[in-house]
Design a binder for this molecule. Structure first.
Ligand SMILES: *Cc1c(COP(=O)(O)O)cnc(C)c1O
Length: 402
């Protein structure tokens, strides 16, 4: 692999930051790689591939149905399109022009984020509610369920909820008011794994559709994601992603997507044509998902912890940096090695020095303002752990301005 990257003039990096897309995500297990290679050696009809995906995703999440997309962002786009068009082929043909369709996504203002653009790409409009003064500082409150309820009207397509440890109001309360007014709840849970229970949790708490990244902790291909939930909505999403360039009478929906048998006609390629996952990604994601579900979480945490200990052992005692292992530093069950510096400037100097290393070493810099860097084990190769440790040792006793 290094040979291939070199021959293409692509510098290798060491990713101790996380599964970040800009750093090309993580590493695939041999079993996942082998599955992708095997998938690439055969040809299939895409609906039967997505039917198999639906069965595996349903088993892992408890959903009625599921599909593999090109990422969580793509899943969000397709989920939004499904909430707007439902099972109406005319509406599918019309998107992203949402004239005459319910296209409002009621969203708690404190949950706005750069990924919700996917909803707007599909033709949705975000309707913000609540005053998040617990976040801005002067107060303790966020949006209340009644505010969400009052924002729901005839133009509402769905309530959008961003999953996170601090998301308010809690999902069950949000789902209760949405369902009382007859609208679905679309949840972005892209990065909410581990813990493994979260695969089922949001659907169990009332989400109608949930999106996960395939390329984060699940360990699937970088360009894969999951949309799972209600059978009618997932079926709509699938139809808006599939290649539909075939005679209408030849389209036969698999039983996993049975609601599509009731359509009054077949739409053209939909808004989600740009969200397609290839057979290699679909199969790779399914194998990765099964592995993620099957592995004992304690074993997974132990693997990650051992990698961080190898970094610590190679670093030894580093003057000017306090190293501590935080067992749940990144997520429950995903440890971090925290590196505490004298101040933010010292941390920034070390971070720059590590990026200038050959190969470049990227650490989690999200706590830089607190003078803390972190080694995240999730995308780090075992073979690189000692190298990271030795490079850290070279960052000790940083002279001011050095
Ligand atoms: C990572 C992330 C996404 C995008 O996931 P992809 O699989 O890269 O498309 C969307 N939403 C949130 C909250 C994320 O953290």
């Amino acid at each position: 692999m290094t040979g291939l990257l070199e021959s293409l003039g692509i510098p290798r990096i060491i990713n101790a930051y996380g599964t970040n897309t800009r750093l090309s995500g993580g590493l695939l297990a041999e079993e996942v790689l082998a599955a992708m290679a095997e998938a690439a050696r055969g040809t299939v009809e895409m609906p039967s591939l997505q039917a198999a995906a639906s069965r595996v995703i349903a088993e892992a999440t408890g959903a009625e149905a599921g599909i593999v997309t090109s990422g969580a962002s793509a899943a969000l786009l397709l989920g939004a399109a499904a909430c707007m068009a439902r099972l109406d082929p005319g509406a599918m043909n019309q998107l992203p022009d949402a004239a005459g369709l319910p296209n409002e996504f009621v969203t708690v203002r404190s949950q706005r984020n750069m990924y919700d653009r996917a909803i707007r790409v599909a033709g949705g409009r975000i309707i913000e509610v609540g005053i998040p003064d617990r976040i801005s500082g002067p107060g303790v409150r966020d949006a209340a369920p009644w505010e969400i309820a009052e924002a729901i009207g005839p133009r509402t397509a769905a309530v959008f909820w961003l999953a996170g440890p601090d998301s308010l109001p809690p999902l069950p309360a949000v789902a209760k008011v949405a369902h009382a007014r007859g609208v679905p709840v679309l949840v972005d849970a892209a990065a909410q794994l581990p813990p493994r229970e979260n695969l089922r949790r949001f659907l169990a708490e009332g989400a109608d559709l949930v999106c996960f990244s395939g390329g984060k902790a699940i360990g699937g291909p970088q360009a894969s994601g999951i949309l799972a939930g209600r059978r009618d909505l997932v079926s709509s999403a699938l139809l808006q992603m599939l290649d539909l360039d075939l005679p209408e009478e030849q389209f036969a929906p698999p039983r996993e997507f049975a609601p599509l048998a009731q359509l009054r006609g077949l739409p053209h390629h939909g808004i989600g044509r740009s969200c397609k996952a290839g057979k290699e990604e679909v199969v790779g994601l399914l194998v990765a998902l099964r592995r993620f579900v099957a592995e004992d979480p304690a074993d997974r945490t132990a693997r990650w912890t051992a990698r961080l200990r190898a970094v610590m052992d190679a670093a030894g005692t580093v003057p000017g940096i306090a190293l501590t292992l935080a067992p749940d530093g990144a997520k429950p069950g995903l440890p971090l090695l925290l590196l505490r510096f004298a101040d933010a400037a010292a941390a920034a100097r070390a971070e720059a020095r590590l990026r200038a290393h050959s190969p470049a070493i990227h650490l989690d810099a999200s706590r830089l303002r607190q003078g803390v860097l972190a080694v995240n084990p999730i995308a780090l190769a075992d073979a690189d752990a000692a190298l990271v440790g030795r490079a850290l040792a070279g960052c000790g006793d940083d002279p001011p301005g050095g």
